[in-house]
Design a protein around this ligand. Structure first.
Ligand code: PEP
Length: 253
């Protein structure tokens, strides 16, 4: 199974000049690198999708950070799945903790988005994970999020969903002690796999990629992401530095 390396650029890259600089650095970093068995996915702010699309960086697949569930119409400020498809997006991050925290997104809305993304041929990267206050009941929180966000997702569609276990307390942490251990991540992966087996059966459950997100850096990638057998990583902060992103991809190769 190829690994997924997904960069969430969040609300960064503030101008056309910064976009150009980022893309040219990225091209340079990839030049001459052999990256096999990995899908490299960049999720820039939506306003940059046309620029990223035009840049046609070899090996880079595009994704979005969010979308609305309706296909078109009077929804001021929203981006539709069809728009994302037409700008060559293959993936869309859904249910990110920052959407839940700052925009009050609930599981019910995330579920509508997952359904709509799949209907429109996009692969949702569904983020689940407990926050700092929920640490003691982390498993319960993750299972509830999975139950709610995957409601009405049929057997025929589930293999196109990527699940990202992202403990909210580990996002953009500056403290290396403030990260889950490889064991914690492995336990979360097994919990998610077990849920999927219960809902879809072993064969389908094995096809679903389960990745990790939360302060991913080159230095923790091997121990934290490879050894527990994760199918990839979601990278926030470090994806702003093309050199680091490509370094992480090379490690997972
Ligand atoms: C994220 O917010 O999705 C994320 C993984 O961020 P960071 O890598 O900065 O923790």
């Amino acid at each position: 199974m190829s690994k997924l390396i997904i960069g969430n650029l969040k609300m960064n890259i503030l101008s056309p000049a910064q976009q150009e600089q980022y893309l040219s650095l990225f091209k340079k970093e990839l030049t001459g690198k052999k990256i096999n068995n990995c899908e490299l996915i960049l999720c820039p702010p939506a306003i940059h999708l046309p620029g990223f699309q035009k840049a046609k960086i070899k090996k880079i697949i595009l994704g979005a950070q969010n979308m609305f569930w309706e296909e078109k119409g009077s929804y001021t400020g929203e981006i539709s799945p069809a728009m994302l498809k037409n700008f060559d997006c293959a993936y869309v991050i859904l249910g990110h903790s920052e959407r839940r925290r700052y925009f009050c997104e609930r599981d019910e809305e995330v579920n509508l988005k997952v359904i709509s993304a799949l209907k429109n041929g996009l692969k949702p990267v569904l983020c689940v994970g407990e926050n700092g206050e929920q640490k003691k009941e982390g498993s319960k929180v993750v299972l509830q999020q999975l139950e709610n966000c995957l409601a009405n997702i049929s057997r025929g569609k589930i293999e196109n969903v990527v699940i990202c276990y992202e403990p909210v307390w580990a996002i953009s942490s500056n403290n290396p002690d403030h990260l889950p251990s490889a064991n914690d991540i492995m336990s979360a992966k097994l919990l998610i796999r077990k849920f999927l087996v219960g809902k879809y059966g072993v064969k389908l459950a094995e096809k679903v990629k389960i990745i990790y997100g939360g302060s991913v850096s080159a230095s923790i990638t091997k121990e934290v992401c490879l050894e527990p057998g994760m199918d990839g990583v979601l990278i926030g902060r470090e994806s702003l530095a093309p050199h680091e992103f490509v370094k992480i991809a090379s490690l997972l190769n």
